[in-house]
Design a protein around this ligand. Structure first.
Ligand code: NAP
Length: 248
C-alpha cells in the first residue's frame, strides 16, 4: 500500500522537470494520475506509458493552464474518466525574465496567466467535486522568489507571491469543507527551466546555498507526496520551502 493508494491526482505541467517527478512519485505511491502538458506532446505521451507501468490509471491531457474554459473542460474530463478528484497540483509555470525597463506587457501577462491565473482556473473547476466529497488536497507550486522577490523577475515573482496569497485564502475558505490547500516553494532546482542559465551563474548559486547544492525534482516531489497524503491531514494554509535553507 502506497501513501496515496486509491487517490486520484491531477498535476498540471508534468511533461518535464518537477511536474514529471511529482507524477512518477505519485504513481509509485499508488495514486491514479491525470496530468497535463502543452507544447511537449511526445514527452507527455511517453510519461503516460511510463506511469501506467506502475499498475495505476494514468492519462495525459493537452491543456493550456492559462485558459479558464480549458481548465473546466479538463477537470470535467478527469472526474468522469477517473471517477473523482482527490488531489490537485498546480505546477505548470514559465519564466519570461527581463529587467523591468525592458519587460514587455506580453511578458507580464503571459507569466501572470500561466503561473497565477492557472491556479484560479483549476481550483475553481475542482472545488465542486471536492466539496461534494467533503475532502481534497490542493498543492500550488510557488517559489522562494515569490517570498523574497528577484531582480529581473518582477513578473515571475509577482505571480509566485500571488500564489501564496491565493493558497492561504483557499485554505481559509474551504477548510470547513475538509479541503486543504498548501503551497510548496522550491529554491533552486536543477531542471530544464534552470538548465538554460550559464554554468558560472549556476555555480555561484550553488555556493550561496547553505546545503551547497541545487535541489533535485524528486526532492520537491517528496514534499508533494506528504502534502497530498493523509500524513498531512491537519496541515493547511502553509508554504513549505524546499530550498536547502537558501531562504532562511
Ligand atoms: P520546466 O522544466 O520548464 O517544466 C514546466 C512544465 O510546465 C512543463 O511540463 C510545461 O509543459 C508546463 N507548462 C508550461 N506552460 C504551460 C501551459 N500554459 N499549460 C500547461 N502546461 C504548461 O519547469 P520546472 O523547473 O519543472 O518548474 C515547475 C514549477 O516549479 C513551475 O511552476 C516553476 O515556476 C516552479 N519552480 C521551479 C524552480 C526551479 O528551480 N526549477 C524553482 C521554484 C519554482 P510543456 O513543455 O508541454 O509546455
Amino acid at each position: 500500500m502506497g501513501l496515496l493508494s486509491g487517490k486520484t491526482a491531477l498535476i498540471t505541467g508534468a511533461s518535464k522537470g518537477i511536474g514529471r517527478a511529482i507524477a512518477i512519485k505519485y504513481a509509485q505511491e499508488g495514486a491514479n494520475v491525470a496530468f497535463t502538458y502543452l507544447s511537449s506532446v511526445e514527452k507527455g505521451q511517453e510519461l503516460e506509458n511510463e506511469l501506467a507501468a506502475y499498475g495505476i490509471k494514468a492519462k495525459g491531457y493537452r491543456s493550456d493552464a492559462s485558459q479558464f474554459a480549458a481548465a473546466e473542460e479538463l477537470v470535467n474530463a478527469v472526474v468522469s474518466e477517473f471517477g473523482g478528484l482527490d488531489i490537485l497540483i498546480n505546477n505548470a509555470g514559465i519564466t519570461r525574465d527581463n529587467l523591468l525597463m525592458r519587460m514587455t506587457e506580453e511578458a507580464w501577462d503571459e507569466v501572470i496567466n500561466v503561473n497565477l491565473k492557472s491556479c484560479f482556473n483549476t481550483v475553481k473547476a475542482a472545488t465542486r467535486t471536492m466539496m461534494k466529497a467533503k475532502a481534497g488536497a490542493i498543492i500550488n507550486i510557488t517559489s522562494v522568489v515569490g517570498i523574497k522577490g528577484n531582480a529581473g523577475q518582477a513578473n515571475y515573482a509577482a505571480s509566485k507571491s500571488g500564489i501564496v496569497g491565493f493558497t492561504k485564502s483557499v485554505a481559509l475558505e474551504l477548510g470547513s469543507r475538509n479541503i486543504r490547500c498548501n503551497a510548496v516553494a522550491p529554491g533552486f532546482i536543477e531542471t530544464e527551466m534552470t538548465a538554460v542559465l550559464d554554468e558560472k551563474t549556476v555555480q555561484g548559486w550553488r555556493d550561496a546555498i547553505p546545503m551547497k547544492r541545487g535541489g533535485q525534482p524528486d526532492e520537491v516531489a517528496n514534499a508533494c507526496v506528504f502534502l497530498g497524503s493523509d500524513m498531512s491531514s491537519y496541515i493547511s494554509g502553509q508554504v513549505l520551502q524546499v530550498d536547502g535553507a537558501m531562504l532562511t
